[in-house]
Design a protein around this ligand. Structure first.
Ligand code: ADP
Ligand code: MG
Length: 595
């Protein structure tokens, strides 16, 4: 109660002072901070994540004064991850705000992650006053140059008057075509510089979302002909399809044609994992044997084994659909390459295939082979999952988690085994409901992504939960964001699958004896972390308590109790066998091409 009143009082004083300063500025003109805030608002920006300091404190307040939500985080990298995740979830760039020098440099990994994942992000950083440049200014750094490699567009608006045009351009670059990162550099002198408000194009246009790219009908025909002749067709659904909101179209294509489909990790949920046409449990076989692959918004990079033998048939024919024609024929030549948004292409293809009365029989040899494989693989996983001997293995943990979380939860996940095994065991039946380490394989993204997802739920899907499934090593990268989750009352459920290390760890006794053998810097295995770390006790920093689990029953109880908490995060720390592993794989996960 008391706290509520104090914060209300603070809020009103704080807002009054912003408005007063705005009014004062208006009398003389408008400064860069307020021009920037108005420009972002005009471009429809809803969320800014960041860490403030000189020279962007007033900037963040100016954002709030126009109704933009500002979320202060604990590490700039995590802020940058949160901003790009909100970009992926909303289709509008999320903004990350950082201070000069080290602040911006801490965001470089985040910008690269957004570029590699093709997610829209607008990075903003303060920089040293222009009249201190070259003479050793505070946190002086070549920020535009440093950002250029990690962005589609990087610039410094040359005057306050040009800020609206630069913001529009940066938002356009981040969102148009293949989405990615854009950077605007904001010297202190630009932010505080004042100009006559009449001379600033504050009402500069907002182009709205990029217009859809439609496919060339002749290419749709060729794709339909190829599919109609295929003996072993396969659809691969990537995160481009998720980003492009192609779910209704692809569901109809799959249901009408009964072509088996495979989602990529973040393509999961575009068509529900529960669909009878999903062949994730026979992934290796499906990739290896397919004679025609329709690739919808995914790249033939390491995640799809470059589209090459030994993981794909040497004569496989690929129908590649992408918003970015630069991607065509990368690593293998596609038979048909269609420059199009996924949605209109799939709608046109479905119509064309219906005219041809094309549908696959689920009793043909292709489907029979896949189903056999699915049965065999599922049996193996089930046997592991039903083995509840202690310490637990991954499969038993994930089976229990899956059985106890709401089916429509957003799953955020990172870690090595934790992410890989969890991808198979935790279902997604809705699009854009899985956020993970992605194409760049970045560790440390989880808590930032979870902050963004929880905000998105609060504003767009109240009641929906975010389950953040972390390896113990992965959690360590950005674990302090738990404080951010507390501050903004975000009910993220963090589940730490704790095996005392990276990939694998050691049990307490072995670890102790190794450490006693000599200097831990030379004796402690680089993949090992401290054993049985009580991560759940981080909750006590905030006057709450977490959950330590060793058994299936404890996990069940902890998930239930955490679901009942709706105004703060929860931590469930699950101690598993440090030697627990994945099921044996036919191929090494990074099998190289033999071409
Ligand atoms: P995944 O991780 O699922 O394999 P990738 O990130 O490799 O996916 O590939 C996503 C692809 O989707 C990129 O090549 C990108 O250009 C493309 N893409 C993004 N949005 C769209 C869209 N709306 N329509 C078509 N392709 C898209
Ligand atoms: Mg681990």
């Amino acid at each position: 109660m008391l706290l509520g009143r104090v914060s209300q009082a603070f809020n009103s004083v704080f807002r009054r002072s912003i408005h007063q300063s705005r009014r004062l500025n208006q009398a003389m003109g408008i400064d860069g901070n307020n021009i920037l805030a108005e420009s972002l608002k005009k471009q429809g920006i809803e969320y800014v994540f960041g860490i403030v300091g000189i020279p962007v404190i007033e900037t963040s307040m100016a954002f709030q004064s126009v109704g933009i939500k500002y979320i202060g985080m604990r590490n700039e990298q995590a802020a940058c991850y949160a901003a790009q995740a909100i970009g992926y979830l909303t289709g509008k760039p999320g903004v990350c705000l950082a201070v000069s020098g080290p602040g911006l440099l801490h965001c470089i990994g985040g910008m690269a992650n957004a570029q590699v994942n093709c997610w829209p992000l607008l990075m903003l950083a303060g920089s040293c006053p222009e009249d201190h440049e070259g003479i050793g200014g505070f946190q002086e750094w070549l920020q535009v140059e440093s950002s250029r490699l990690y962005c589609k567009y990087a610039a410094r608006p040359p005057s306050p008057r040009l800020i609206p045009l630069h913001v529009e351009k940066a938002v356009r670059y981040a969102s148009a075509g293949r989405p990615g990162a854009a950077y605007l550099d904001l010297p202190a002198t630009l932010l505080t510089g004042e100009v006559d408000e009449d001379k600033v194009p504050l009402d500069f246009y907002n182009a709205g979302p990029p217009s859809l790219a439609y496919p060339n009908p002749a290419l749709v025909d060729r794709a339909a002909e190829l599919l109609a002749k295929a003996e072993r067709p396969l659809i691969i659904v990537g995160k481009g399809a998720a980003y492009g909101h192609a779910e209704d179209a692809i569901r109809k294509l799959v249901d009408n044609t009964r072509v088996p489909f495979l989602p990529t990790p973040m393509g999961k949920g575009v068509v529900p994992d529960s669909s009878e046409y999903c062949v994730s449990t026979a992934r290796t076989q499906a990739l290896l044997k397919a004679d025609v692959v329709v690739l919808l918004g995914a790249r033939l990079n390491w995640m799809l084994h470059f589209g090459q033998p030994p993981r794909f048939a040497p004569d496989v024919k690929i129908v590649q659909v992408d918003i970015s024609p630069e991607e065509f024929h990368n690593s293998v030549k596609s038979e048909v390459a269609v420059h199009s948004d996924i949605k209109p292409f799939v709608e046109a293809l479905t119509d064309r295939l219906a005219q041809k009365k094309f549908a696959v029989s689920t009793n043909n040899a292709w489907w029979k082979g896949l189903k056999e494989k699915q049965k065999k693989n599922t049996e193996f996983v089930e046997s592991q999952a039903n083995d509840t001997s202690l310490p637990l293995n991954y499969y038993a943990v994930f089976k229990t988690v899956q059985a106890n979380i709401p089916a429509d939860s957003i799953i955020v996940s990172e870690g090595a085994n934790t992410m890989d095994i969890g991808r198979g065991m935790l279902s997604n039946n809705l699009p854009r409901h899985r956020l993970d380490a992605g194409t760049f394989g970045t560790m440390g993204v989880g808590p930032g992504f979870a902050v963004a997802a929880a905000l998105w739920c609060r504003d767009h899907a109240p009641g929906k939960r975010v389950i953040c499934v972390e390896g113990d090593s992965a959690f360590g990268f950005s674990g302090m964001e738990i404080e951010t989750m507390f501050r903004y009352n975000l009910p993220v459920i963090i589940i730490i699958v704790n095996n005392n290390g990276i990939y694998n760890g050691l049990d307490a006794e072995t670890m102790a004896s190794l450490r006693e053998a000599g200097d831990p810097a030379t004796c402690s295995p680089p993949t090992s972390l401290s054993t049985e770390v009580r991560y759940e006790k981080m909750m006590e920093l905030f006057g709450a308590s977490g959950h330590l689990c060793r058994t299936v029953d404890e996990i069940q109880a902890a998930v239930k109790a955490s679901l009942a908490v709706t105004d703060r995060p929860s931590i469930i720390n699950i101690l598993i066998s440090p030697q627990a592993n994945r099921k044996p794989q036919t191929f090494n996960w990074l099998t190289e091409s033999k071409l």
